[in-house]
Write a protein that binds this ligand. Structure first.
Ligand SMILES: NC(=O)c1ccc[n+]([C@@H]2O[C@H](COP(=O)([O-])OP(=O)(O)OC[C@H]3O[C@@H](n4cnc5c(N)ncnc54)[C@H](OP(=O)(O)O)[C@@H]3O)[C@@H](O)[C@H]2O)c1
Length: 316
């Protein structure tokens, strides 16, 4: 079977299509024929070795995390899944595993059943982006109806899902994005939109119950004056300083600083499936490509040239 792999860190040129044996599922695992993989910024960050000091993936590694497909074999002790069932999920890349591959094996704790009314393209786009938004706004910040939330990167995979989730909760949503995407962010449900190329939300003088920096473009110190006295600040690109602030802030303040570290599990996948099936989360698909085009698409993502998700069609 074909797999898109890298055996050293570097630019997209390190990616190579290779032939690998089809993997066999172990206990509590299923084998999945991948129909669609979806790309995320974490894919090019892992490939470039950006996390190697904190979490070193095994090399050689298959690129990609998110996927949708169909179960083709069951390992031992698997309950609640059947051969032929459509599933989606996100691979843990630390053991060199990835989603840009024809067949993968994955623990049943990392997948969910794909709802009948959503396509594999949509299902593949859910786990990392919408999963991060859901864990940040619902699990961590416990966003409630009537609260005000500011979401940066509101036109991106994480931020757009966050706008849609916050809107469905009944929060008052301010989205931050670039000029070209202002109309899109309004259309998916933001009450107000700030164009970061023309104005800085950090100086706008508004107060929010939750600030979700999905673009990772600010610090807690910069955001503090825009937070309510019990407000939550969350950031998807955590720094050491942010982790320290998250530990010590509760000693002196009712505000909270949350370095977002998305963790996928079966419960998260089933909540994402429910939200996608009821059209709360509707990912914007920018490109549908083949395995041969992944390297170019990762480069374009890295250069900020793609607005929306990239789906990689691998099989029917
Ligand atoms: N820690 C975690 O667990 C975790 C999980 C998922 C993602 N992430 C990280 O979160 C970030 C976003 O991921 P994504 O999938 O949403 O990426 P994406 O789809 O590429 O979107 C990034 C968005 O950020 C916006 N942006 C760029 N500069 C900005 C600024 N100065 N102010 C406000 N918005 C700005 C862009 O808006 P325009 O295109 O409109 O200019 C773009 O839509 C990435 O760095 C990713 O690695 C972290």
């Amino acid at each position: 079977m074909r797999a898109l792999m890298f055996d050293r860190y570097g630019s997209e040129s390190v990616l190579q299509l290779r032939e690998l044996p089809v993997p066999v599922p172990g206990a509590n695992e299923v084998q999945v024929k991948v129909t669609v993989a979806a790309l995320n910024p974490v894919d090019f960050k892992l490939r470039a070795g950006m996390f190697r000091l904190i979490r070193k993936p095994t090399l050689p590694a298959i690129t990609g995390k998110d996927f949708a497909g169909r179960i083709t074999a069951l390992g031992g002790d698997v309950h609640g899944f059947t051969i032929g069932q459509r599933v989606f999920g996100s691979v843990n890349p630390m053991g060199g595993h990835g989603s840009c591959v024809e067949t993968l094996v994955i623990g049943t704790d990392l997948i969910g059943a794909t709802p009948e009314n959503i396509s594999d393209d949509i299902a593949a786009c859910l786990s990392v982006a919408a999963g991060t938004a859901l864990q940040a706004l619902v699990t961590a910040a416990q966003l409630k109806a009537g609260q005000s939330v500011l979401i940066t990167g509101a036109s991106g995979g994480v931020g757009a899902s966050a706008v849609q989730i916050a809107r469905s909760i009944g929060a008052k949503v301010t989205g931050v994005c670039g000029t070209a995407n202002v109309d899109y962010v309004k259309n998916i449900g933001a009450d107000n939109v700030i164009d970061y190329k023309k104005a800085d939300w950090r100086n706008a003088g508004n107060i929010f119950d939750v600030i979700f920096d999905a673009a990772g473009a600010s610090t807690f110190g910069e955001a503090r004056s825009q937070l309510s006295p019990t407000g939550f600040y969350l950031n998807t690109t955590p720094t050491l300083r942010m982790f320290l602030t998250s530990k010590f802030l509760p000693l002196v303040s009712k505000r909270r600083c949350v370095p977002v570290m998305m963790k996928t599990d079966a419960r998260l996948q089933s909540e994402l499936a429910r939200l996608a099936a009821s059209n709360v989360i509707v990912p914007l698909i920018a490109r549908v490509i083949s395995l041969e085009d992944v390297a170019g698409a990762q480069r374009d993502m890295e250069e900020g040239k793609i607005h929306g998700k990239v789906c990689v069609r691998i099989s029917e």
